[in-house]
Design a binder for this molecule. Structure first.
Ligand code: SAH
Length: 338
């Protein structure tokens, strides 16, 4: 519930209006795990709330810490027993959390471990929020950046995503800056168009991964629904409406999308846009046969793009030793249990 919704509920329960703010503060600033922690609230109110409303608090099932870079990967259990994973990364400019937006995913990208078992359900706004809250509680450190790049397609869970973003950036809650939130999508065109009109200052990351329709269709089923032309047009629209530069994610797989000709086609495709390319060495997934492009090949790809006047960075790999790639921790854990 947003603060106004909670205020409405307090009114209906004939409680004092300021109780809503107190409750909200316990949940979204003090990050309480349940009503029992809310020491300045009357027992009767806490009991009433306990009966009327579900309180989301994720259970940590497993945590893995990278010996290389301190990245931590958390596996959380939801109230219905489903599992989601979230990653905590420490950067010079602050701590970043990567959250999941769905249990599983139905987008079916060929290289992604989250796609293998398909989609189970959408996450509630509270289940997205509590990934950030739980990690803040467990690390004892403030989170400054949130990326919605874990399991799931965020724009396939649009309303809950929007509610999550509004609450995460609410001045009465953690008040994380919208500019420090990135939403990554495989490219659901009508949803990108809608998002452009929400008046948000978040960063949109678009999973491109291939410079032609033909190549993209072989990697990402969504590319059969929307062409690259449509995608580029909506990206231009997003920039025009929000003033926010688009980030294109491009995961490099050897012999798949890392050739000279790919650079040329990619340049042609995105040059007209105000954008930035993030090159990601593809993470090999056990069940899939993609091979990461070599370090040298990635450098060459980057340099060529740069020469063509494209802003480009290579994503630093973090947590490779702890199943850092999308969906691998959850998948590995479920496989071991069964
Ligand atoms: N569904 C959203 C967000 C989740 S995936 C999306 O498609 O953008 C986050 C990013 O990781 C996407 O760019 C996705 O294509 C990429 N990705 C998935 N599996 C990967 C892998 N094995 N190696 C490298 N990148 C991968």
């Amino acid at each position: 519930m947003s603060l106004p919704e909670l205020q409405e509920e307090m009114l209906l329960l004939s409680e004092k209006p300021y109780r809503a703010k107190q409750l909200y503060d316990w949940m979204h600033v003090k990050l309480a795990r349940g009503y029992e922690e809310m020491s300045n609230l009357p027992k009767s109110l806490k009991e009433k709330c306990g009966q009327l409303f579900t309180y989301t608090a994720l259970e940590q099932v497993k945590v893995q810490e990278s010996r290389v870079d301190g990245t931590r990967k958390f596996l959380f259990a939801l109230a219905d027993g489903n599992l989601v994973e979230s990653v905590w990364m420490r950067y010079k400019h602050g701590n970043s959390v990567c959250i999941s937006s769905q249990v599983g995913c139905r987008m079916g990208c060929r290289f992604c471990a989250s796609a293998i078992d398909g989609w189970e359900r959408n996450l509630l706004p509270s289940e997205m929020l509590d990934q950030v809250y739980a990690i803040t509680r467990l690390t004892g450190e403030r989170v400054s950046n949130v990326v919605v790049m874990g399991t799931g397609e965020p724009l396939d869970n649009y309303d809950n995503l929007l509610c999550f973003i509004r609450m995460l950036t609410d001045e009465n809650g953690l008040h994380i800056s919208q500019r420090n939130i990135t939403v990554s999508t495989c490219g659901i065109v009508p949803k990108i168009r809608a998002l452009a009109g929400e008046g948000l200052q978040i960063t949109l990351a678009l999973s491109l991964h291939a410079p032609t329709d033909e190549k993209r269709r072989a990697l990402m089923p969504i590319a059969r629904e929307y062409s690259l032309d449509e995608l580029m047009e909506v990206c231009a629209y997003y920039f025009e409406k929000t003033g926010r530069r688009i980030t294109f994610e491009y995961s490099l797989a050897e012999g798949v999308n890392d050739a000279k000709e790919d650079v040329r086609e990619l340049t042609k495709l995105i040059k007209p846009l105000n954008c930035h390319v993030n090159l990601i060495p593809i993470n090999p997934v056990k069940e899939r046969d993609f091979v990461q492009s070599g370090k040298a090949a990635i450098e060459v790809f980057k340099n060529k793009l740069e020469k063509n006047g494209i802003n480009v960075t290579i994503r630093r790999e973090m947590g490779r030793d702890i199943d850092g790639a999308c969906g691998q921790l959850r998948r590995g854990y479920i496989a071991k249990q069964s």
